[in-house]
Design a protein around this ligand. Structure first.
Ligand code: ZN
Length: 298
């Protein structure tokens, strides 16, 4: 079965075709892939559609499309706005009908969810959370996003979880006021890439492994993860994104989660369990694209 997939990001759309064998129990083969700059909706959606059309000619067409999108997005199945981007600050994209464009153009089933939910579902099908019924996926990059997988399903609810915007205790020595346009010093405002580069006057990737920035970053992420543990009781936390996948960060966060909870959750007081409780995702650079394809199997 040939499936089309789009990882719709605020900076670029990664578009691809994959081949899924049988019931989709093994990771699919990537047949074609392109990166398209995200400009305005009309231009970007058309370019993504044009690529899928030309890439599919040699493969006999595709039967479904999965889209993992930047957001916020409307995921209420009965809403006329389903499949649209909603209140994004990205110019021109508020109200853009992403899923509808492809459904109208190709006349195939379109599965649509957030980019982090797509990545989480991909990890559940084929990656680091395979077979685990309760986990959370957090991505730390230009923003902080998170998907919750509970009882074998992605949590949606009223819209979708926004793990990056919870409030956490600010470190008493941290004078940075936070940079979330909505909340100032929420988790994203204190711990996303732009918060790090503004606070330390240096890009996260240029900060040395022993820079004090990483202790503060691990501390903020651990406070957030400890809260998520108390609310949804995950068996595993995957920490992805350009900042989140920094070498050694997941291990550091794991240890600090144990300290935050101070023995209150017995499993999270066990050093052996904690050593692999927060992990990096397994699907690597194509996690978003493979996850978007996986949405067609939900
Ligand atoms: Zn916020």
């Amino acid at each position: 079965m040939i499936i089309a997939a789009i990882e719709a990001g605020g900076t670029k759309f990664i578009v691809g075709l994959v081949r899924i064998e049988g019931a989709g129990d093994v990771a699919p083969a990537l047949l074609a892939r392109a990166s398209i700059p995200t400009t305005n909706p009309a231009e970007t959606l058309k370019a993504a559609g044009d690529f899928l059309e030309s890439a599919s000619t040699g493969h006999g067409g595709f039967g479904a499309l999965g889209i993992g999108s930047f957001g916020p997005v409307d995921l209420r199945p009965s809403s006329p706005g389903w499949g649209h981007v909603t209140t994004t600050p990205k110019p021109g994209w508020s109200g853009a009908d992403v899923a509808g464009y492809f459904h109208a153009r190709f006349g195939i089933p379109v599965s649509f969810d957030t980019d982090v939910n797509a990545a989480a579902y991909g990890e559940y099908r084929w990656g680091g959370a395979k077979g685990i019924q309760d986990f959370i996926y957090i991505t730390v990059g230009t923003g902080v996003g998170g998907g919750v997988f509970s009882g074998g399903k992605l949590v949606h609810g009223l819209s979708h979880p926004e793990l990056g915007h919870i409030r956490i205790h600010r470190d008493s020595d941290d004078r940075f006021e936070g940079c979330c346009p909505y909340h100032g010093d929420c988790l994203e405002g204190l711990a996303a890439g732009p918060a790090i580069s503004t606070r330390w006057k240096m890009q996260a990737q240029d900060l040395a492994p022993d820079h004090v920035a990483w202790e503060l970053e691990a501390g903020y992420l651990a406070k957030a993860v400890a809260t998520f543990c108390l609310v949804v009781s995950p068996q595993l936390v995957l920490l992805g994104g350009g900042v989140g996948m920094r070498e050694g960060l997941a291990e550091r966060v794991s240890i600090l989660v144990g300290k935050e909870l101070a023995g209150y959750v017995p499993a999270l007081a066990d050093p052996a369990f904690l050593s692999s409780f927060v992990r990096r995702p397994a699907l690597g650079a194509d996690a978003g694209l493979l996850g978007s394809a996986a949405l067609t199997l939900v």
